[in-house]
Ligand binder design. Structure first.
Ligand SMILES: [Zn+2]
Length: 236
């Protein structure tokens, strides 16, 4: 079976050319016919729509290597697939067999302070991947109002990545990695503190293992959770 993201550019070009020819044929020979029954018109309209959808999918494989030609309205269209330059695709092409990649690393784009969150937004996207949910939010600085009687505060620009697996949530931004464990029914108030501020008895109840090197530098930590949960054993 062919890998969709790996087709040769020449194949893609030929497929798109054939597809556009079919769309033209349906349009000229049928949709623009002087005398056509409503039933036939509906059928050919649906065929044209389906070909249009196929064109969108096929266009995702086009790398626009032959450049763009000028069209009306000051816009530019790809010489191969006809897609308009700068217009966002509605779909994403992913290979089923190779590492999947969507988008690039995006950081805040401006030093300006925007009037509101919507104007400051650079990216707000999410994906569910085999049961795990990943979201990325990037925004520039913006003014935010908490209450009418309080002056506006400025929300700093940042990039926040959130990962949720089951009911454990992890959030990463430029200054902090935060892990939120599942909420238990008996949980009351939430407290926070540096490790050295906590009592030994409290620390002993935390299923956390700190990682550090010979010089005492912090390297990471493990949080043991789901202890006591039955493991599915493959042994027989
Ligand atoms: Zn193209």
């Amino acid at each position: 079976m062919k890998r969709p993201a790996n087709n040769k550019a020449s194949d893609v070009k030929r497929w798109i050319k054939d597809l556009l020819r079919s769309m033209d044929l349906v349009c000229k020979r049928h949709l623009n016919r002087a005398r056509i029954s409503k039933r036939d018109l509906d059928s050919y309209y649906r065929i044209y729509q389906q070909l249009g959808l196929a064109w969108e999918y096929l266009g995702l494989q086009c790398k626009h290597v032959e450049g763009y030609r000028k069209i009306t309205g000051g816009k530019q269209a790809c010489r191969i697939c006809g897609k308009i330059k700068g217009v966002k695709d509605q779909f994403v092409l992913l290979s089923a067999l190779e590492p999947k990649k969507i988008g690039n690393m995006i950081k805040p784009t401006s030093n300006k302070t925007f009037a509101n969150a919507k104007a400051a937004s650079v990216l707000d996207d999410s994906i569910e991947f085999h049961g795990a949910r990943l979201s990325v939010n990037v925004h520039n600085c913006y003014k935010s109002r908490i209450a009418k009687c309080i002056p506006d505060i400025t929300i700093a620009d940042e990039r926040i990545v959130n990962l949720r697996e089951g009911n454990v949530a992890c959030s990463i931004d430029d200054y902090r990695v935060h892990v939120r464990m599942p909420v238990t029914p008996e949980r009351g108030k939430v407290y926070g503190g540096f490790v050295w501020e906590l009592k030994r008895e409290t620390l002993k109840r935390f299923p956390v293992i700190m990682e550090y090197d010979d010089k005492g530098n912090f390297l990471g930590l493990d949080i043991l959770h789901g202890i006591g949960r039955k493991r599915r054993c493959q042994c027989r």
